[in-house]
Design a protein around this ligand. Structure first.
Ligand SMILES: Nc1ncnc2c1ncn2[C@@H]1O[C@H](COP(=O)(O)OP(=O)(O)OP(=O)(O)O)[C@@H](O)[C@H]1O
Length: 591
């Protein structure tokens, strides 16, 4: 199946060479990835296929019953036959309705399972990608791929599978019935199929090109909304509402324009086959009607034949239409595979669990790093050691690389050169989630989610009890805020905590880190938004609670950095170490 589809796609892409295609992936690999989500659903698929077969048989029975009703009941003037056939029609109708309803339910459940499995896999991959990836990509575009493109693939993978199976079943059944009624008329219909295939082969490249552009326009729209809605306050403050409204209007026009173009292309793609069908239907009525007038054929047979013709045309058209939707799916599959193939730059290790807790010793050994797309080295041969349980202050001008150093420690990036050791173990060998549990970072960008204050504090340690959450909140100086909130710790914070002050958000982040009970606590400008008095109290609390554990403070305020054991001065990618020598270790052997 995968090979067969790959051949169809690759043939069509060869025909489409020269088209503006941004990404081309190995389609066999992409389809194998896709089918890995369908394979586990084998039982459900067989069930739906079985039900589709039964429904198709019920549908095929109806015209035959009509033929018998006309020829053996009405025209033969036999009322008892009429009654029996009418009863059979009702029974077949009811059975058909029940089976169709059950089939639709099973189909929706199967479709949903495949859709969510695809999306979860892609989301799981995105969870492993570094901040460098997210700084390059538009969130709206990622959303459009996770949402629209994944749904498009699922629609093809599941719906097309059933459409083709039930189409083939319906077609075979209808053709068999037509052949039984008149092979000459059946031939008239069959002549048209190759013509329709030729037409669709010619149109598919256009469909693919326009679909790709429409998906891109849709991503532009999502990106615009995702970027502007969260910063509406700023847009209002600088009076740019009308300019943003104009941008939205432009994007809307661009989308509609492309949608209409695709509609026109799809209209012509479908219109020619539809016209050919009308011609064949007229031919059948002219010839079949002539036979009925001559007395060579029965009226019921002509009516049944034309009904079966309608039934055969439907599947032919939907099978040919599938060819077009395959092109749409390929566009989405390429867009999704582009994300799925994004390399995970930080590989997982597994050693950290065997190390003793609460040591928190660090060593940077000749570490150099530059951000992707930047030529300048942010860190250039940085070497220093920090004994566990000490308090270090990192100082340096804005942009000197302080946060980057912490990102390397948290393995959001890996050094271009050199190595970082945690308790004597190279970070490459550490289990990532365990490493990040043991090193808590409270950064300048505070992340708050919808949910209560408790939910937010508990985020990094979901198993913490209510008492532990409360204690962490009090230690982070949140007592006054809790007293103000109508439901205390259970008060919902709203979208991204917009109703809170900068200092309150920082204290929630500190409470979250305290609850995590890390070996190393990093406060990266974490108290910049609180007043000097509160900051002093928070730092004192942290020093008290984390006595014996490593603390790293980054701040532009001298008062925050007072009483550190070690001072690390970052300048021009180099580090200068000063301070109390007790905090320094000379080599990994000293840990
Ligand atoms: N994802 C990124 N891609 C490219 N460059 C980056 C990225 N993140 C940071 N930089 C650059 O790296 C340099 C160091 O940034 P970093 O945030 O580490 O500085 P910092 O010392 O923490 O600054 P501040 O005190 O202002 O917070 C800056 O020049 C910044 O522009």
């Amino acid at each position: 199946m995968v090979r067969w589809l790959t051949r169809i796609i690759d043939n069509s892409n060869r025909a489409g060479e020269g088209a503006n295609q941004s990404f081309q992936y190995n389609h066999e690999m992409s389809l194998s990835w896709l089918f890995s989500f369908i394979k586990p659903q084998k039982k459900a698929i067989l069930m739906v296929l079985g039900l589709s077969l039964l429904v198709s048989m019920m549908v095929l029975l109806q015209p035959w019953l009509t033929k018998m009703l006309i020829d053996d009941g009405l025209l033969a003037k036999d009322y008892s036959v009429l009654l029996q056939i009418a009863g059979a029609m009702v029974a077949v109708g009811i059975l058909n309705t029940v089976l169709s309803g059950f089939n639709r339910y099973c189909h929706t459940r199967l479709s949903g399972r495949v859709l969510f499995a695809l999306r979860e896999d892609l989301y799981g991959h995105l969870q492993k990608l570094s901040p460098a990836f997210y700084s390059r990509r538009r969130i709206g575009d990622l959303m459009s791929r996770l949402d629209g493109d994944v749904a498009q693939i699922q629609r093809f993978a599941v719906d097309a599978l059933f459409a083709s199976v039930s189409g083939i079943l319906g077609l075979i059944g209808a053709l068999a019935m037509m052949l039984m009624l008149s092979w000459e008329l059946t031939l008239i219909v069959l002549v048209l199929v190759p013509l329709e295939i030729l037409w669709l082969r010619w149109m598919r490249r256009k469909v693919e090109r326009h679909t790709r552009r429409l998906r891109e326009r849709s991503a532009d729209l999502s990106a615009f909304l995702v970027e502007t809605l969260p910063v509406m306050k700023f847009i209002q403050s600088v009076g740019q509402e009308s300019s943003e409204a104009r941008k939205l209007k432009g994007l809307g026009h661009g989308y509609l324009d492309q949608l209409l173009r695709l509609q026109v292309v799809e209209f012509f793609t479908q219109a020619i086959p539809t016209t050919l069908v009308s011609i064949s239907r007229a031919g059948v009525f002219l010839l079949g009607g002539y036979w009925v007038i001559q007395g060579d054929w029965q009226l019921g047979a002509l009516i049944a034949f034309s009904t079966y013709l309608g039934m055969a045309i439907g599947p032919v058209q939907s099978l040919l239409g599938l060819y077009v939707s395959l092109q749409r799916m390929v566009v989405s599959l390429d867009r999704v595979m582009e994300l799925r193939s994004e390399p995970v730059s930080v590989a997982n290790g597994n050693e950290v669990e065997s190390m003793p807790e609460h040591v928190g010793a660090l060593r940077f050994e000749n570490v150099s790093f530059s951000h992707q797309g930047r030529t300048q080295k942010i860190l250039d041969g940085v070497t220093f050691s920090l004994l566990g349980g000490k308090k270090a202050a990192i100082m340096g001008a804005s942009g000197s690389g302080k946060s980057t150093l912490i990102d390397l420690l948290h393995r959001h990036y890996d050094p271009d050169q050199g190595a970082i050791f945690y308790n004597g173990v190279d970070l490459h060998d550490c289990d990532l989630s365990e490493l990040r549990r043991r090193i808590a970072v409270v950064s300048q960008d505070i992340v708050l989610f919808r949910g209560s204050l408790t939910d937010n504090i508990r985020y990094a340690n979901p198993s913490a009890s209510d008492e532990q959450v409360k204690a962490a909140a009090i230690q982070a100086q949140l007592g006054a805020l809790i007293a103000q909130l109508p439901e205390g710790l259970d008060t919902p914070l709203g979208e991204r905590g917009q109703q809170l002050s900068g200092g309150q958000k920082q204290r929630i982040a500190i409470a979250r880190a305290l609850l995590q009970q890390p070996d190393i606590l990093v406060l990266d400008e974490a108290t910049s938004a609180v007043d000097a008095e509160t900051e002093r109290e928070i730092i004192q609390q942290v020093d008290r609670l984390f006595t014996g554990r490593t603390r790293i403070l980054i701040s532009h305020r001298a008062s925050t950095l007072q009483e550190a054991d070690v001072y690390l001065h970052l300048k021009d990618g180099r580090i200068r170490v000063s301070g109390n020598n007790d905090g320094l270790a000379c080599s990994p052997g000293d840990f």
